[in-house]
Design a protein around this ligand. Structure first.
Ligand code: ARG
Length: 504
């Protein structure tokens, strides 16, 4: 993670502290105009309230650009030192600000350049040589984007770990596994929990790809046609920690694919979190009672004293809507753009900031809820219906050479007989069973035990204790070193058949 990411950087700016810099606008482009902007146009034009949070990145990019200009012989070393000192002074000044309210500037680039010129005089005007706000904003945004990706990855890992810890803790609890929300086959609770962790591992891997996309330096692209001066872009990239430079200046100023892919990743994570949340809402309901969310993550009702509401899960589920919406918004902005830079692109930041902020709030909360929830083995055990093992009954016959189709049919008959007599499958007598198929023997009752059923599925990715252990190890490896583009190597521990080994 980039240690330069300032703490609390995603906190929305507060506006209650007085600004120390006046609010007189300082347009960067006034020369060819006789009149100023109409007030209503100023409001539309202004992006400062959104791009304010890029100020550190703008200063960082500007300092690197000044060094680039010096290397290209466009600034004397005295001028370059003066500009660097000025930018550091601007940085200290902006540290004192809580937000842009009261500033009349158009955007953060204008603020920085104005404060620089106020600090060091006309030599500040040399900083923008060969640069446009188009390559500048694209650079600032990517500098921010790399930090955001690291932060998101850093917030996903604790949730994956919380799910894994809970899976280890609850490995002995056998619960109904569902299809169509109907009881299907028994699974360990840990298997359910890990089924919610793997999608998040894929989200981590997606973010790695976003980081690679973002890791391209646009600076030096100018407005669209590149820089007329001999600025060493490779050196600039090294200076700013980018591993590549953009190869086409027109693409360099207009490429926001990384931002769209970040938004896709955030939306996908939102969908995954929403699914986890839905499980928590459902399983914590009175009807299920499989789990209880910790006091710290539930709320009561102002009217109904008995209520214990799963707000953490509902809010997580609800916020996924705006994560999906932000992606749609961005794709819609990008869709109709003609060649080159277009001002529409200014709309890119709001969506990305909002999605990252949303996840920065949601992820820690849902992580805490998972870490502190308790499963109720009694309620889960009582919910297990014997029919969950109907498939095991068919598999029993298959092991005795009966073709699966017929075995399935015979098991179904037994379910029908049990249902008709208001019995559970295990209550059927051996005579009743052998009447349906002669291959049934005394040992059939063993396969009707949900724990045995779970233990019998020992394939990799299956439900046995050993398979679950191997899954946990594979998960830990995937989180440490997410596999990209390759089939992950098999986990070190191979699941043994029905070994009865339980997770540590
Ligand atoms: N605030 C602008 C943005 O976010 C900066 C670039 C302005 N460029 C321009 N040609 N007006 O995109």
């Amino acid at each position: 993670m980039d240690s330069r990411a300032p703490p609390g950087w995603f906190t929305p700016p507060a506006t209650d502290r007085p600004n120390t810099v006046g609010g007189s606008g300082h347009a960067l482009w006034g020369g060819r105009f006789e009149d100023g902007l109409a007030p209503e146009m100023e409001v539309l034009n202004r992006s400062l309230d959104v791009d304010w949070r890029l100020w550190r990145h703008d200063i960082r990019g500007s300092r690197a650009w000044a060094r680039g200009l010096e290397r290209a012989g466009l600034l004397s070393s005295l001028e370059a030192a003066e500009i660097d000192r000025g930018l550091l002074e601007v940085e200290r000044e902006l540290e004192e600000f809580d937000g842009p309210s009261g500033l009349g500037d158009e955007d953060i680039h204008t603020v920085v350049e104005r404060l620089l010129t106020e600090a060091i005089g006309p030599v500040g005007g040399k900083l923008h040589t060969g640069r446009s706000r188009n390559d500048q904003v694209s650079t600032d945004f990517r500098l921010w984007g790399r930090e955001a990706v690291d932060l998101l990855r850093g917030s996903l890992v604790p949730l994956i770990e919380a799910l894994a810890d809970k899976a280890r803790e609850t490995a002995d609890i056998v619960m109904p596994g569902y299809t169509h929300l109907q009881q299907a086959q028994p699974v360990p609770a840990g298997h359910w929990l890990l089924s919610r962790a793997w999608p998040l591992v894929r989200d981590l891997e997606h973010l790695r790809a976003v980081h690679r996309d973002c890791d391209v330096l646009p600076l030096g692209s100018g407005a669209i046609a590149g820089c007329p001066f001999d600025v060493d872009r490779a050196a600039l990239a090294v200076d700013l920690g980018f591993s590549r430079v953009s190869e086409n200046s027109m693409d360099g100023v207009s490429d926001r694919d990384w931002a769209a892919r970040l938004l896709f990743g955030a939306a996908m994570t939102g969908v995954h979190l929403s699914q986890v949340a839905e499980d928590l809402v459902l399983f914590s309901s009175s009807e299920f009672g499989f789990l209880r969310l910790g006091d710290a993550y539930t709320t009561g009702s102002s009217l109904m004293p008995q209520k214990r509401n799963p707000d953490v899960a509902e809010l997580t589920r609800g916020k996924s809507g705006r994560l999906v919406g932000n992606l749609m918004g961005m794709l819609t902005v990008l869709k109709g753009l003609p060649t080159g830079y277009n001002r529409d692109l200014q709309e890119d930041k709001h969506a990305v900031f909002d999605s990252v902020d949303t996840l920065a709030v949601v992820l820690p909360a849902i992580t805490g809820a998972v870490a502190t929830m308790t499963l109720n083995p009694g309620r889960i055990g009582r919910a297990l219906r014997a029919e969950l093992c109907a498939t095991d009954l068919a598999d029993y016959l298959v092991r005795r050479g009966v073709p699966f189709r017929e075995a399935h049919h015979r098991a179904g008959e037994l379910v029908r007989i049990a249902e008709g007599a208001d019995h559970e499958l295990g209550d059927l007598t051996l005579e009743e069973m052998t009447a349906v198929h002669p291959a049934f023997g005394e040992d059939v009752y063993r396969v009707l035990d949900p724990a045995a059923s779970v233990e019998s599925r020992a394939v990799r990715g299956g439900t046995s204790g050993a398979a679950l252990q191997a899954q946990l190890e594979a998960l830990a490896e995937a989180v440490e070193e997410p596999a990209t583009g390759t089939v992950p190597p098999p986990p070190r521990t191979r699941p043994g058949r029905a070994s009865g080994r339980r997770i540590r």
